[in-house]
Design a protein around this ligand. Structure first.
Ligand code: BGC
Length: 776
C-alpha cells in the first residue's frame, strides 16, 4: 500500500506540480509527470542529464528534448483530453462533452512506473476510458516506453495521432534549431533530429509503435513535429492498445550525427522486438535491486513511510549510476529551473544517501568534481586566488553558471547584485568534505588517487589564498563571505564556513599523506608545483578562528556582529513585505538588516560536527536560531529535524522531517524568488528526509572506523528497519522501542564495530546481533 502515490481528479492549477510529483527518470533522462495529450504550455519535458545550451546572452540551461510520447486520441471527432473536457450537456441543452467523469494519475514507486486512467463520457452516454503506463528504462538509459489503451462502451471510430513533438517548453530557449524529421527505410520508425544552438550538439528522438491489429497510419510532418494519424474501428469492451518505444540519443559525447540517428533507430527497433512486458520486467528487476539496497520500513506511521519511499524514489530516478561526468542538479531532472546546475546540495544533502546505500553512485558524484576541477581553477584565477574555487552553480565544464545578478527586483524588474557566485566560498570546502566522506565510508582510495586528493589540495590552496591572517589576534580569519544563510551576504567569520574550511584543510593534509603512500610521484609533482606547502596549510588549520559557544549562553554567533542586527520576529518581518515574492536578502531586502536567516546555518554546523558540541550547546542554538529561521530554502527543515533528534527530542524534529519528506508530494514550497520561477523537484530535501530518518531518528553515525547508533524515534514510530553499506559490508538494522538488531551479510569482508548506547560490539560477517536499548 505504501508504494503508490496517487491523485484523483483533474485540476488545471496543479499541472505544474503534478509534472514534478509524477516524474519518472533513470539518471540519464528525466520525463515530467505530464499527460500524453499535453504540450509545451503544460510544461512537458524530457531532460537529458548533462546537456546544456545557451541562447544569446540568456541563461545557460538544460535542453528539453522533443517529446516522443506526444499522443492525442479522438472519439468520433471529439478530443479525449483532460484539457478540453467539458460538461456533457451544454447550457442550451445540446450535447457537449466529452465529460471527464473519472481521472487518476499515479506512480508505482516499487517499479518506477507512471500510470494514468481517465474516463470520458460522451454526449450519447458512451464511456471511453484511456489508461496509460510508462517508464524510463532503468536498464536502457536512452529508452522511454509507454503503453496506452483505449476502451469504449460501444463500437465507434477512434483516431490516434501519435509521434514526436519538437515544440517544447523552454525557459531561456529555444535551444533546439533546424528540426529534421524523417522515417527510417522500413517506415516503422520516425525520427526528429535537432541541434543545440550554442555547441551544435545533435539530439535525436526516435519512436516506433505497436498498434494491435492496425496499419501504420498516415504520416503527418510539420515543421517541428512528426506524427502518425491512425484510424481505428473500436469495438465495445475490446481495448485498443498502442505501445510506444522512444529513444533519445545526443552527440554530447562527440558522436557524429549519423551515429546518433543510427543508435536511436537501433534502440527503438530492439526495444520493439523485445516488447513491453520484457522491457518492463528487466526494468522492474533493476528497481528491485535498488530497493533492496535502500528501502526503509517505518512501523506505525504510514504517512512517513510513503513520504520516505517517495523521497528515495526521487533520488533514484536522478542518480547518475552510469556516468561520472554528471552530478545531480538542485532541481534534479525536472526541468530547466536553476539552470540545471549542481550546487553544494549534492555533497551536503544527497551524498549521504548514496554513501550509505549505493557507494558507486557516490563515487560518480565525486568524480564529477574531479572532472570539473579545471573549471574551479579557472574561477579561482578569475578572482585572483590560488587553487580551486568551485562553481556555485556548476554545469558540465565546472565553469560557474551563476550570474552576478541572479535575482530580479519584483518592483522594478531590475537585476539585483547577489554575491552567491563570488562569496559562497564554502562550496570548495563542501566538495573536499564530500571527497573525504566517500573515502571514509568505503575505504576506497581510488577516488583520491584518481584526482580526489588533488581536488582537496586545490581547495585548501584556495582557502589559504582567500584567508586573512589577523596579526593582532594572531589567527587566520575568513572574511567577506556568504554562509548558507544567503540573506546575509559578505559577512566576516561565518561560523559554518570557518569550521568547514578548517575541516577542508585537515582533509587536504590527510589526503596528501595518503597520496604520498600510494603514489609518491604524483604527490611530489603536486607538492612541487604548489605555491603553498603542507606546513603552511597546517599552520592555517591550527590557527584558524572558529567562533565558539559563548561560555554563559552556549550560543554561537552566526558571524561577526550578527547580534548587532535588529532582532525582529519572523511574522513581523513578513508583515513588512511589500510583495509576496519580494526577495528578503540582497542590498536592501527586509531580512538583510535583521537576525532573520534563510536556512540552517549554525545548526547545520552542529549537525556536521556533532561530536564537537555537547547537548546543551545544541539545544541552546536550536532554540535560539529556529524561531529566527525562515526555512526559505528546502535545505533547512531537515537539519533542524536531525539536530532535534540528536538532542533527544525527536518529536520536536518530527514536523521538520515531515515537511522535508513531503515537499514534492504536497508541492508546498517557494515557487518564486523575485520574478524568478524556482519550482521543480527538491532532491536536497529528498536526501534530507533520508538523513533525518537514518542519521537523525536512528542516530547512525559512521566515522570510517566504527558505526554508532543512538536512536531517538518519534512517538508514532514503533520501529524502523533499513539496510546500509559501510566499508564494503552490507548490514540490516532494525530499531524498535526496546532493542536494536544488526544483521551482517555473510559476504561482508570483515567485522564492523558498532556502538549501541554504551555497548560496543564487533559484528562479524553473517552474524545477527540484538542489543536491548531504551529509546529516549
Ligand atoms: C539555497 C541554497 C541552495 C540553492 C539550490 C537556495 O535557495 O539558499 O543553499 O544551494 O537554493 O537548492
Amino acid at each position: 500500500m505504501s508504494w503508490i502515490v496517487r491523485e484523483s481528479g483533474f485540476d488545471p492549477e496543479r499541472i505544474a506540480h503534478h509534472g514534478n510529483k509524477f516524474m519518472i527518470g533513470n539518471g540519464v533522462l528525466g520525463y515530467r509527470g505530464t499527460l500524453e495529450e499535453f504540450g509545451k504550455s503544460e510544461l512537458t519535458a524530457t531532460i537529458v542529464a548533462g546537456l546544456y545550451d545557451k541562447v544569446g546572452d540568456k541563461w545557460r540551461e538544460p535542453v528539453n528534448a522533443p517529446n516522443g510520447l506526444a499522443t492525442t486520441v479522438d472519439w468520433e471527432g471529439k478530443p479525449l483530453s483532460v484539457l478540453k473536457a467539458g460538461p456533457r450537456v451544454e447550457a442550451d441543452g445540446n450535447g457537449g462533452g466529452p465529460e471527464l467523469v473519472a481521472h487518476e494519475q499515479s506512480l508505482d514507486l516499487r517499479r518506477a512506473l507512471h500510470q494514468r486512467r481517465s474516463v470520458f463520457l460522451m454526449a450519447d452516454g458512451t464511456e471511453v476510458t484511456i489508461t496509460s503506463e510508462r517508464f524510463c528504462s532503468a536498464v536502457r538509459s536512452e529508452l522511454i516506453v509507454c503503453r496506452i489503451a483505449v476502451e469504449s462502451s460501444r463500437d465507434g471510430a477512434l483516431t490516434i495521432v501519435t509521434g514526436i513533438d519538437g515544440d517544447v517548453w523552454d525557459i531561456n530557449g529555444p535551444h533546439l534549431e533546424r528540426m529534421e524529421s524523417e522515417s527510417d527505410a522500413t517506415g516503422e520508425v520516425v525520427l526528429l533530429t535537432a541541434w543545440t544552438q550554442e555547441l551544435g550538439v545533435p539530439v535525436t528522438v526516435a519512436e516506433t509503435a505497436d498498434i494491435v491489429g492496425e496499419g501504420r497510419g498516415e504520416l503527418l510532418r510539420e515543421e517541428t513535429s512528426i506524427r502518425r494519424r491512425i484510424h481505428i474501428n473500436s469495438r465495445a469492451g475490446e481495448p485498443v492498445e498502442l505501445v510506444k518505444y522512444v529513444a533519445i540519443f545526443t552527440g554530447q559525447d562527440g558522436a557524429p550525427e549519423e551515429d546518433v540517428r543510427a543508435s536511436a533507430v537501433q534502440s527503438v527497433s530492439e526495444a520493439r522486438q523485445l516488447g513491453y512486458d520484457r522491457l518492463l520486467l528487466e526494468h522492474a528487476e533493476r528497481w528491485e535491486r535498488k530497493w533492496e539496497a535502500s528501502d526503509m520500513k517505518v512501523e506505525g506511521d504510514d504517512e512517513a513511510q510513503l513520504a520516505l519511499r517517495y523521497s528515495m524514489y526521487q533520488l533514484h530516478i536522478i542518480a547518475p549510476d552510469r556516468s561520472e561526468r554528471v552530478s545531480i542538479p538542485a532541481r534534479g531532472l525536472s526541468g530547466q529551473v536553476y539552470k540545471g546546475a549542481v550546487f553544494w546540495d549534492t555533497e551536503m544533502f544527497m551524498l549521504p544517501f548514496f554513501l550509505h546505500t549505493e557507494p558507486e553512485v557516490a563515487r560518480n558524484l565525486m568524480m564529477y568534481r574531479v572532472h570539473t576541477l579545471d573549471g574551479a581553477k579557472r574561477k579561482a584565477a578569475e578572482y585572483g586566488y590560488d587553487g580551486a574555487f568551485y562553481a556555485w552553480e556548476s554545469q558540465e565544464t565546472g565553469d560557474d553558471a551563476c550570474t552576478l545578478f541572479n535575482v530580479n527586483d519584483v518592483f522594478t524588474g531590475r537585476p539585483m547584485r547577489t554575491y552567491f557566485r563570488d562569496k559562497q566560498v564554502h562550496i570548495s570546502a563542501d566538495v573536499a568534505y564530500g571527497i573525504w566522506q566517500y573515502y571514509a565510508f568505503t575505504g576506497d582510495v581510488s577516488l583520491l588517487l584518481d584526482g580526489g586528493a588533488e581536488v582537496a589540495w586545490e581547495c585548501a590552496k584556495f582557502f589559504y589564498s582567500y584567508g586573512y591572517f589577523n596579526p593582532r589576534k594572531q589567527r587566520y580569519e575568513i572574511l567577506d563571505v556568504t554562509g548558507p544563510d544567503e540573506y546575509h551576504e559578505r559577512v566576516n567569520n561565518n561560523a559554518f564556513t570557518n569550521r568547514l574550511v578548517k575541516e577542508c584543510l585537515r582533509i587536504a593534509l590527510d589526503v596528501m599523506g595518503i597520496l604520498r603512500t600510494h603514489n609518491p610521484r604524483r604527490y611530489e609533482a603536486l607538492a612541487a608545483g604548489s605555491s603553498v606547502s603542507p606546513e603552511q596549510i597546517r599552520d592555517m588549520h591550527d590557527r584558524l578562528y572558529v567562533p565558539q559557544p559563548d561560555v554563559e549562553t552556549g550560543l554561537i554567533e552566526q558571524f561577526d556582529r550578527y547580534y548587532a542586527l535588529e532582532d525582529v520576529s519572523l511574522p513581523d518581518l513578513k508583515a513588512r513585505m511589500l510583495h509576496p515574492h519580494e526577495y528578503l536578502g540582497g542590498g536592501n531586502g527586509p531580512a538583510t538588516t535583521t537576525r532573520i536567516l534563510k536556512q540552517a546555518d549554525v545548526v547545520l554546523m552542529l549537525h556536521l560536527f556533532k561530536g564537537d558540541y555537547d547537548r546543551s550547546v545544541k539545544q541552546m542554538n536550536w532554540a535560539y536560531y529556529e524561531p529566527r529561521t525562515e526555512h526559505g530554502s528546502s535545505l533547512s527543515a531537515c537539519i533542524y529535524a536531525m539536530v532535534a533528534a540528536d538532542t533527544g527530542s525527536p518529536d520536536w524534529g518530527y514536523p521538520y522531517f515531515m515537511r522535508t519528506a513531503t515537499i514534492d508530494l504536497t508541492g508546498e514550497s517557494k515557487q518564486y524568488v523575485g520574478d524568478l520561477y524556482i519550482g521543480g523537484t527538491h532532491p536536497a530535501a529528498n536526501g534530507g528526509a533520508w538523513m533525518a530518518a537514518i542519521l537523525g531518528f536512528a542516530g547512525l553515525r559512521y566515522d570510517g572506523l566504527k558505526a554508532a547508533l543512538r536512536p531517538a524515534l518519534p512517538s508514532a514510530w514503533q520501529a524502523m528497519e533499513f539496510p546500509v553499506r559501510l566499508r564494503g559490508g552490507s548490514y540490516r538494522i532494525r530499531i524498535s522501542r526496546e532493542e536494536v538488531s544488526i544483521a551482517a551479510h555473510s559476504d561482508n569482508p570483515t567485522a564492523m564495530r558498532f556502538i549501541v548506547g554504551d555497548r560496543e560490539l564487533a559484528v562479524a560477517p553473517g552474524q545477527d546481533v540484538c542489543v536491548p536499548y531504551e529509546v529516549d
